[in-house]
Design a binder for this molecule. Sequence first.
Ligand code: GLY
Length: 371
Amino acid sequence: MNNDTIAIIGGGVIGLSIGWQLLRNGQQVEIYDSNKAGRAASWVSAGMLAPVSEAGFEEMELLNLNLESIKQFPKFAEELKEDSGIDIDFRTEGTMMIAVDRDQAEQLRRLYEFRKKIELPVEWLTGSEAREREPELSPAIKSAVWIPNDYQVDNRNLILALIEAVKKRGGTIHEHTPVESVSVTNDSISGITINGEEKTIKRVVLANGAWAREMKGLPDNVRPPVRPVKGQILTLRMTKEFTLQKVLRSPKVYFAPKKDGRLIVGATVEEKGFETFPTAGGVKYILEEAWEAVPGIYDLPLEEINVGFRPSSRDNEPIISDTPVKGLYIATGHYRHGILLTPVTAYEMAGIILNDKPSELIKPFSLLRFR
Ligand code: GLY
């Protein structure tokens, strides 16, 4: 490590992809993860790229950012394949939002009308039209909305590809190596402490998701206001007799079928801090809701029950930002959109670091909005 090296704290998709883009721009990068790289929220996500289905009523700037990021995915995936040899399975079959009962149908109608009003591509379907497109749907489905431009990737391949690409470009990933604190001298980053030893460093990207707020040594004015939002999520194994092709979402659960036969079904959204264990109630909730929408899941093997922590900021929008501390950059708070926002975060954060200023697109996501 020399004085020009950029240290990235956090080896999830956000930290890895920023590191990889900096490496592609000729920078020296060291990435630190307190566990195995990519095994926290990134690993247990469903890999959905859902700017339209997840559009919130008051989140227009975030919607723009999400739409920009999904547009960047094909180029990002191609560059990643060049550098890693790994295909991240960028799939463009589209997504169907479904309503299982009358309450959900009313909710779906409101979501559809909002999307129509802001000119997002959506198509209203009756229950039987929905079942023609996805025969595994329950006959109880009342209505659906077809979203042609919400896609998905294999999030685990994305992680493996980013790890390979970082290594191939000469970056170092230090696993099981927590950064204990950052040092700030005269309003500038001056070092990081690892295993009790302080190393001199001038540029640090804080990208450790829900844990970013806890980093020791940060002055209060740059401590990102993020908290963990617990999600429980299941992996089922599809069989020859039962497969889904598209992402399906009810207002309560979603299904993301993967090429290798995994069917990711999630997720709870819980304010339980860093509670690491899955609960009987959480699993019951997901399975019951999922079974009502797609009864054929009943006999599928249940392979994994996972817990992840979405990093959520005070306004639920990401923080992709330089800071009043020279040399300190922050990328966290991606909440439900971490995988979707990976390309735009990586390109924009590399831009902020290399050009010394944020673009117009990224300005709304500055840390300074919380002052
Ligand atoms: N984006 C899906 C989730 O956060 O559960």
